[in-house]
Design a protein around this ligand. Structure first.
Ligand code: PLP
Length: 399
């Protein structure tokens, strides 16, 4: 009944663990849920108020496919103000989530066998979206020793004539790695020097506001404006404004690509919700103090967790520069046995054992790095403290 493409898709490891966690909680087990990729804060009140006004004012009809002119203006201003990117409203795509923007970009451009390069570990959805559109994901391995950052020489070696896209996600889900201006310049140099001068670069900045230690925000199109006609800069309101359920993402990029993505969207869902679009204008143009306050809270949580993790045997956790995830190297735990005598064969077995110990997290194999784990710290301080204690106890118990 199903197409070969869909039959070949494996369920996302994040969804699998989230489902197992839901079941465990339903059965009455005490579990700290660290699987989720969404801020635990409510949407700021002024954004909700803008949505209610939009309903009252009758903004309830179809909008242009790529967003209302008002929202596209707000996005153009945002790119200029926050990212130093010059673009026009016609260079903007707006869809129901960053995920849809990414989907449309790949659907609009990939032919069977086209390769998409991506530093591993990477957000699992990229792989599925590429596969659903006939492409082939080519991970470029990184290591905890290099802070999971892409090495320019590895990028240079990975580019072939079949390369259609390079994806750069900074700060990264799952590693929290954020690229500095110098690192982006080095990538740009490789792109300029490559023999393949046709491939595109998808820069996913969806976590840009969750960037720590006063690091400077920067993005490839700003650092290498000469490459702007090959760069799609993807963003959205989900993570910065705690608006995951509202569904709004956007991008700026070369006009022919944006037009092709709009063509795709026309036959999918036409456009993002008119009400959400009005709320997104308020998010982008309204006060930004909540964004800064929440960033500070996430940074405190990261620091507390890292401190607690330093004492946990078997985990080596590089310090993330952004996003709200830790990505510890847990390879030292693989091959050990649980107190019940079960062998931990891989990271999936380890995640399962830790779920039984009261902490739900996602195995790294889902992000292209077996032997690692991803934990989201978008949860309360109390829960994080309990999680760290349970992890320490569970991993101490491995022999
Ligand atoms: C790296 C990355 N990009 C894009 C998205 C898409 O977010 P949304 O579709 O909510 O805008 C996510 C969501 O988890 C993500 O982690």
């Amino acid at each position: 009944m199903l197409s070969p493409v869909i039959s070949a898709l494996r369920p996302s490891p994040i969804q699998v663990m989230a489902e197992k966690t839901r079941q465990a909680i339903q059965q009455g087990r005490q579990v700290v849920d660290m699987t989720l990729g969404e801020p635990d804060f409510p949407t700021p009140a002024h954004i909700g108020a803008a949505a209610m006004r939009a309903i009252q004012d009758g903004a309830t009809r179809y909008t242009p496919i790529n967003g209302t002119p008002r929202l596209r203006e707000a996005i153009v201003a945002k790119f200029k103000r926050e990212n130093g990117i010059d673009c026009a409203p016609a260079d903007i795509s707006v869809a129901a989530g960053g995920k849809q923007v990414i989907y449309q970009a790949f659907l609009a451009t990939l032919s069977p066998g086209d390769e998409v390069l991506i530093p591993a570990p990477y957000w699992a959805s990229y792989g599925d979206i590429v596969a659903m559109n006939g492409g082939v994901l080519r991970p470029i391995m990184t290591s905890p020793d290099q802070g999971y950052a892409l090495a320019p020489e590895d990028l240079a070696a990975a580019i072939t004539d079949r390369t259609k896209w390079l994806v750069l996600n900074s700060p990264s889900n799952p590693s929290g790695t954020a690229y500095s201006r110098e690192q982006l310049r080095a990538c740009a140099d490789v792109i300029r020097a490559s023999r393949n001068q046709r491939f595109l670069v998808m820069v996913d900045d969806i976590y840009e506001h969750i960037l720590y230690d006063g690091r400077e925000r920067c993005t490839l199109a700003q650092v290498a404006p000469d490459l702007a006609d090959r760069i799609l800069t993807v963003n959205g309101v989900s993570k910065a404004y705690s608006m995951t359920g509202w569904r709004l993402g956007y991008a700026c990029g070369p006009r022919p690509l944006i037009e092709a993505m709009t063509k795709v969207q026309m036959q999918i869902n036409s456009h993002a919700s008119s009400i959400t679009q009005a709320a997104a204008v308020a998010a982008l143009e309204g006060p930004q103090d909540e964004v800064a306050r929440r960033r500070a809270v996430f940074q405190q949580r990261r620091d507390k967790l890292l401190e607690a993790f330093a004492g946990i045997p078997g985990l080596r956790t590089p310090k993330p520069e952004g996003a709200f995830y830790l990505f510890p190297d847990a390879r030292a735990c693989i091959g050990k046995s649980t107190p019940a005598g079960e062998r931990i064969a891989d990271d999936v077995a380890l995640a399962s054992y830790l779920l039984d110990s009261g902490v739900a997290l996602v195995p790294g194999s889902g992000f292209g790095m077996p032997g690692f784990l991803r934990l989201s710290y978008a949860t309360s301080d109390d829960q994080l403290e309990i999680a760290a204690q349970r992890l320490a106890q569970a991993l101490n118990g491995l022999g």
